[in-house]
Design a protein. Structure first.
Length: 223
């Protein structure tokens, strides 16, 4: 059975499209569109720590002394892991910022995936720290949103994400792999990627594209 490091390394050699195709073949959820790379073209892949943000002053807001959003997740991460954030309050307020990017970069965190706005994009770009998000904003989280939980279930797009799941993000989109399913998703994605690589080689050898992308391609995701 593959260990966590092996799965993360194999996932990092794939792309979001191959993993999305694997999810389709297996009938599993996990693909999220509309979250784009704002600071780096680098692909990120690894295990996930989660952050759930809520509206300040709302019924779900935590009591007790304030805790700056994202800091507990940074401290919980090992090098190469990813922070995934839910900020679905509808408020234009940043779920991530520049000092957080600096702290995460120093910790060796692979990157951040935010279902919501982020800010200090230029700072993260200068750090070459990958931040994937719905949008950018200059508006602070202060008095607008607060952290409700770290390392509990969150929702990104229409996907439930739990701490310890896997994620991959690139220019095409974001995919999440439930920890219990990660091994077979990755194996299926590797098979799909290998078949597509063979098609690319066939094109370079002079075969016609209508032949290469015929019935085999159209039916390759059938279960």
């Amino acid at each position: 059975m593959a260990n966590d490091d092996d799965l993360a390394a194999r996932l990092g050699r794939l792309d979001a499209c191959a993993v999305s195709d694997a999810l389709d073949r297996l009938g599993l959820p996990g693909c999220v569109t509309g979250i784009t790379p704002l600071t780096s073209a680098r692909r990120i892949a690894g295990r996930v720590h989660t952050v759930r943000l809520v509206a300040a002053g709302g019924a779900a807001a935590p009591s007790g002394p304030p805790r700056h959003l994202g800091t507990s997740a940074i401290e919980a991460c090992a090098p190469g892991e990813i922070i995934a954030i839910e900020q679905r309050t509808g408020r234009d307020a940043a779920s991530w910022g520049g000092i957080l990017s600096q702290g995460a970069k120093i910790k060796g965190i692979a990157g951040v995936i935010a279902d919501g706005p982020v800010r200090d994009v230029d700072e993260a770009r200068a750090l070459d720290f990958p931040v994937f998000a719905r949008s950018a904003t200059a508006r602070t989280a202060r008095a607008r949103i607060v952290e409700a939980a770290t390392d509990g279930p969150i929702t990104v797009g229409d996907v439930t994400v739990s701490p310890g799941d896997y994620a991959l993000a690139d220019g095409s989109g974001v995919v999440f792999l439930a920890a219990a399913e990660a091994s077979r998703i990755i194996a299926t994605a590797e098979e799909i990627a290998a078949r597509e690589a063979a098609m690319g080689r066939a094109l370079k050898e002079g075969r016609r594209i209508t032949e290469v992308m015929g019935a085999d391609y159209e039916h390759m995701l059938k279960r």
